[in-house]
Design a protein around this ligand. Structure first.
Ligand SMILES: C[S@@+](CC[C@H](N)C(=O)[O-])C[C@H]1O[C@@H](n2cnc3c(N)ncnc32)[C@H](O)[C@@H]1O
Length: 190
């Protein structure tokens, strides 16, 4: 017998992000205006990266390449009480926002954020590297992959990769970001 109770079907649009970043927060530093193509901004939903790490790995030193305004680092600071967290960010305005916030929150005992291109730092000092490299140019990404293979040993999360890193791929997952609710990420053991 059919029930008279009405049921409502909620359809969730998985393509729409459930958090947004006001464009004013993410304007490009005037010194980088010519590099627009490689500096489209967006952020990951930090809990998704943390749960991916928590479920699978023990780590002691973490680097966010292109850390933006530091939101992922700040979230990780609270979730992982023992690890050292580094970020490097090429946009000086964004780096300043991140450094000021880290200072204000008194996170500087374990968070270190520097301004610059990832090419300027040695990757071998970290055991976990994260990079939301969808916004990087092909040249940026090729340099990143080569640098990882030359200097780094550990676990790495990337949003894009090519055949250089294929032998090191261990798994993939999806995360929410400010531009889509379902973005693939790839985990490598190098
Ligand atoms: C999509 S955002 C990621 C922000 C944050 N890491 C996250 O996942 O939520 C990418 C960042 O990489 C930075 N970036 C782009 N090229 C870079 C480079 N060569 N070296 C360092 N940072 C870079 C951009 O300025 C931008 O803030």
């Amino acid at each position: 017998m059919k029930s008279n109770t009405k049921t409502t079907n909620y359809i969730i649009d998985a393509s729409k992000p459930n958090f947004n970043i006001p464009p004013t927060i993410y304007c490009i530093s005037p010194s980088l205006q010519d590099c627009k193509n490689s500096f489209i901004y967006g952020e990951v939903h930090p809990p998704d990266i943390v749960s991916c790490i928590q479920d699978n790995f023990l780590l002691s030193s973490f680097l966010d390449i292109g850390c933006g305004r530091g939101e992922l680092l700040f979230y990780m600071y609270q979730k992982f009480p023992d690890i050292l967290l580094d970020g490097i960010e090429i946009d000086p305005d964004r780096t300043n926002v991140a450094i000021c916030e880290a200072t204000f929150q008194e996170y500087n005992d374990r968070i270190h954020i520097s301004s610059g291109d990832f090419r300027s730092i040695y990757l071998g000092n970290f055991d976990f590297i994260y990079c939301c490299n969808t916004v990087f140019t092909k040249n940026d990404n090729n340099d990143l992959y080569k640098k990882l293979l030359k200097e780094f040993t550990g676990i790495c999360i990337l949003f894009e990769y090519n055949k250089l890193l294929r032998p090191y791929l261990v798994s993939s997952d999806t995360v929410r970001t400010s531009w889509s609710n379902c973005v693939p990420i790839f985990l490598f053991q190098i």
